[in-house]
Design a protein around this ligand. Structure first.
Ligand code: OOG
Length: 256
C-alpha cells in the first residue's frame, strides 16, 4: 500500500471521527519503515497547514501497555501545538476525539538538541526540567486494534497532552521509585512506579535519541518529550475527573 494513500485515509478518518481497518489486515507485509514513512507524510501535512511540532512522544515503553496493545516494542510519534492542552483551562474537550483514552506520563523538557544516541548520563544532561503529564490517545482503528506499522502510521495514537508545572531534575534515579496513581473520580484505578518505563524513565530519552539518529532528524532544545504511559490507559468519559499523582513531581487534575 502506498504511504500517501494511507496518510490520506488516516486524515479523512481523523476529520470525520470515523475508523479504519488496520492496513496490515489486507497488507500483512507492511513494516516499521513503512509506518514511519506514513507518519512523516502526516507530519509534513500538518506543518503545511500551520501546526508547529513542539515535541515527541514515546509509546509502548511499559510492559503494561505492550501487553495490552499486543505490540512488543516502543514507538515514537510527534507532538504539535494543536495537541497541547494547558492545565487549568477548563475541561478537556472530548468532542475533539473519537475514542479518547487518557494515560499518566512523565514529561521531559529538553535542554539541548537531540540528534545523536545518548547514554543515561548524557540523557540526564539533556534534560532542562521534568513534569507530571497526561496524554490523551485516540486511534483511527476501532477498539485500538492495530499492529506496529498501523500505529506508527497513525502517529502512535497521539491526540492531546497536558504538561504540569516543570521541576528541576536533581536526581534522575529518584524517578525510578516514583509512585504514580491514576484516579478517576477519586478512586485509584491504575498504579505503577517509574521503573515501569523501560526500567528507568530516562531510558525513554535514550531510545528517542537513538530514533532521531536513525532517522537523521533533530529534536530541538526546548521540546516536550513524553516518556510513555506508566500504566494502561483508561477511557476518557465526559463528566469524570482524572487525577494523576506522582509523588515529588506533584499532581495534575483534569475534567473531561
Ligand atoms: C499506542 C500509543 C501508546 C503509550 O504511552 O504507551 C502510548 C496506543 O496504545 O494506542 O502512547
Amino acid at each position: 500500500m502506498k504511504p500517501a494513500a494511507a496518510e490520506a485515509a488516516l486524515r479523512a478518518a481523523r476529520e470525520s471521527q470515523g475508523h479504519l481497518a488496520p492496513f496490515t489486515d489486507t497488507h500483512p507485509h507492511l513494516d516499521e519503515a513503512w509506518g514511519y514513512t506514513v507518519q512523516g507524510l502526516d507530519r509534513a501535512h500538518r506543518l503545511a497547514s500551520g501546526e508547529r511540532v513542539v515535541g515527541a512522544k514515546l509509546g509502548l515503553t511499559s510492559t503494561a501497555k505492550q501487553t495490552r496493545m499486543n505490540v512488543a516494542q516502543p514507538v515514537v510519534g510527534f507532538l504539535t501545538d494543536a495537541m497541547q492542552v494547558h492545565p487549568g483551562r477548563g475541561a478537556l474537550d472530548h468532542r475533539r476525539w473519537a475514542r479518547p483514552r487518557i494515560e499518566p506520563e512523565i514529561a521531559f523538557i529538553t535542554a539541548t538538541d537531540l540528534a545523536e544516541p545518548l547514554d543515561l548520563d548524557r540523557a540526564h544532561a539533556a534534560v532542562e526540567s521534568v513534569a507530571v503529564a497526561a496524554e490523551v490517545i485516540d486511534s483511527r482503528f476501532a477498539d485500538f486494534r492495530f499492529r506496529l506499522p498501523d500505529v506508527l502510521a497513525d502517529n502512535t495514537s497521539a491526540a492531546g497532552f497536558v504538561v504540569g508545572p516543570p521541576r528541576h531534575l536533581d536526581d534522575p534515579d529518584a524517578l525510578v521509585g516514583l509512585d504514580c496513581h491514576l484516579e478517576v473520580d477519586d478512586r485509584i484505578v491504575q498504579r505503577a512506579t517509574g521503573a515501569a518505563i523501560l526500567g528507568h524513565p530516562l531510558r525513554a530519552l535514550v531510545r528517542l535519541s537513538e530514533h532521531m539518529a536513525r532517522q537523521g532528524a533533530i529534536l530541538p532544545a526546548g521540546s516536550v518529550v513524553l516518556a510513555g504511559a506508566l500504566t494502561d490507559a483508561v477511557p476518557l468519559t465526559p463528566g469524570s475527573r482524572y487525577t494523576i499523582r506522582m509523588g515529588p513531581l506533584g499532581e495534575l487534575s483534569l475534567d473531561a
